[in-house]
Design a protein around this ligand. Structure first.
Ligand SMILES: [Ca+2]
Length: 187
């Protein structure tokens, strides 16, 4: 019951168009146990009927992004060696036309990982090493690189729920992975 209430709360939170930062992690092999989080919520998926699938998927919702840069940190522990898909996402709002979703953007920069490695977490020159994960493919609303804006150095990205950026990161059985990143709302 508690999980259902939490899921409903998250759904309404995203549906309201709050500029919430979100990172999803998924594995085909390893179960991902939630560790600690400095802000927001960190939990396994609840939407699959197969509990094994839920245990291999983790959602970190950092809460509302503000106009100023904020830092967030969370950790998880895989139970097998392998690769985990690291997916930078964001929120959405109901479309004004009643069809589909409209983007709500969150800006990300300076992503660092311990216990694994991530490529180009600084976005200083572009989006190398990241793959776009866009609902609707080329016809969907794409994540974008922002050259003029950055945390410690210029260059960041903006993502939303249906327009994310992903890459695979290596993990080791029992090795805690800690993710830190900076985020803000788009003006
Ligand atoms: Ca940067």
């Amino acid at each position: 019951m508690k999980k259902m209430i939490l899921a409903a709360a998250i759904a309404s939170f995203f549906g309201l168009g709050v500029q919430a930062a979100r990172i999803d992690l998924g594995s085909t092999d390893a179960k991902l146990a939630p560790g600690t989080n400095t802000v927001g919520t960190l939990s396994n998926a609840t939407w699959n009927s197969d509990p094994e699938k839920n245990a291999k998927y983790l959602i970190f919702n950092a809460g509302e992004a503000l106009p100023e840069w904020q830092e967030a940190e969370f950790s998880f522990k895989p139970d097998k060696d392998g690769e985990v898909t690291f997916n930078l996402l964001g929120p959405w709002k109901k479309s004004s036309t009643g069809e589909g979703l409209d983007p709500v953007w969150v800006v990300y920069d300076d992503i660092t990982v311990t216990g694994s490695t991530i490529k180009n977490g600084t976005f200083d020159t572009g989006m190398e090493s990241w793959n776009k994960t866009v609902k609707g493919g080329d016809l969907g609303i794409q994540p974008e690189h922002i050259l003029a804006t950055g945390h410690s150095k210029p260059g960041s990205v903006k993502c939303w729920h249906d327009g994310g950026l992903a890459q695979k990161i290596p993990v080791k059985m029992g090795q805690t992975v800690t993710v830190k990143f900076w985020y803000k709302s788009e003006k």
